[in-house]
Design a protein around this ligand. Structure first.
Ligand SMILES: N[C@@H]1[C@@H](O)[C@H](O)[C@@H](COP(=O)(O)O)O[C@@H]1O
Length: 241
């Protein structure tokens, strides 16, 4: 596991964007696993600026980690909408090569199967991750057991509270999501986990130094052969103490 600590999220994001560019430039049909949340926003800003300087996404395929159940693609808090706003509408990534789970699908079990089939057809070259305050990755929440495949998850109380800031009030946050399971994340050739801010320091510490536990889903990354944690000083402050 590599750990890189930067002065601030902007510098960390430029480093992460350079690693993404390296994959885009060196792999014939690169597949990127993408994350949402506030953390990857500066990374997407850097990638948009790289695009303006000539980096093409025309041959890239993207697979997102997750989506809220019950939100259609045009809902302002959906992850579909998030990806459009922060990346897709700014770059030349073909619409048919952008995949996200459909949280508004009438049959969620079928939707999970559909998404797993897409994942099987597009093994991930580089997976971008954030981390929840409780150590979740994607929406794989701490639990007695974790799942390998795409599944519907009931969001943890902490997660609903943490994400209420995007919805205005807690009651409006969906209580369920569809998330990729751990298998495609662990099968990705390379994983970048980004974490910024003091409130992430404990989750980062457990992920990096704790035992591998289902109650700390990010800790499973310790068994992956090519993971880089990209942190700002605040998120790294306990690790560096
Ligand atoms: N499902 C997403 C995760 O993929 C994300 O990593 C995490 C942290 O979000 P943030 O980056 O806003 O702290 O929570 C969200 O709920």
């Amino acid at each position: 596991m590599n750990i890189r600590v930067f002065e601030n999220p902007q510098m960390a994001a430029v480093y992460a964007a350079a690693l993404v560019e390296q994959v885009i430039q060196s792999v014939r049909n690169p597949v990127l696993g993408l994350a949402t949340g506030s953390t990857p926003i500066p990374l997407y800003e850097s990638l948009v600026s790289f695009h303006r300087q000539g980096l093409s996404f025309a041959h890239v395929t993207t697979l997102n980690l997750d989506e809220y159940v019950g939100l259609s693609a045009d809902h302002p808090q959906s992850y579909h909408h998030f990806m459009n706003e922060h990346l897709f509408r700014h770059v030349d990534l073909p619409a048919e090569k952008r995949f996200l789970p459909n949280g508004a699908a009438p049959d969620l079990a079928l939707e999970c199967e559909r998404y797993d089939q897409i994942i099987r057809e597009h093994p991930i070259d580089l997976q971008i991750l954030g981390i929840g305050l409780n150590g979740h990755i994607g929406f794989n929440e701490p639990d007695v057991a974790l799942k390998a495949n795409t599944h519907v998850v009931t969001l943890a109380r902490d997660t609903i509270e943490a994400n209420a800031r995007f919805f205005g009030e807690q009651e409006r946050v969906p209580t369920e999501a569809i998330t990729m399971g751990l298998q495609p994340i662990l099968m990705a050739k390379k994983v970048l986990l980004l974490a910024f801010g003091r409130e992430k320091a404990n989750a980062v510490l457990s992920a990096v130094r704790g035992d591998v536990r289902t109650y700390s889903p990010a800790s499973i990354l310790q068994v992956h052969p090519n993971v880089t944690f990209i942190l700002d000083r605040e998120a790294a402050h306990i690790l560096e103490a």
